[in-house]
Design a protein around this ligand. Sequence first.
Ligand code: SF4
Length: 161
Amino acid sequence: MQSSTPDFSVEVEAIEGHCPAGERHAEEAMGARKIPVFSCEGPCIRGEIARLAANLVVREAPGLARACHAETFFVPHSGMARWVKDAERCIVIDGCFLKCHGRVLNKLIGAERVIHFDALPLHRKFSKVFLMDDVPEADRQEVARLVADRILATLRSEAQA
Ligand code: SF4
């Protein structure tokens, strides 16, 4: 089995229109100069932990706001994409070492503007599980809390450096 892929592109169908709620969110975040925060998401438990942790990080650290990865990547004329491209830097919390969102964002805005976290080494759990529904909600919340605390500590120490 092949174990790596060189840089590649994906062709995406054209799209018209805007998401009104996404536009409003991006405009407010841009106006407040908030740093966009991306994450993976379920159904994979690793992505779900990243998503839950990202929500905690944004709630508890000043100057951050959640960004929609799909709107940013696939609706290039959206306010979401404009906010991300204009932001001084972005934070990505990926669910595992495959770094799916970080790899796209690195190419979109330049790796030097991306602060990347891989949540998996921050918890090292659920290695044999795929579906988030196979992990009880209380365990998901507890592990996401642990990951968020570690990321918040890193962000705080970088802010003080
Ligand atoms: S980095 Fe990719 S493979 Fe890993 S959890 Fe996120 S979306 Fe899934």
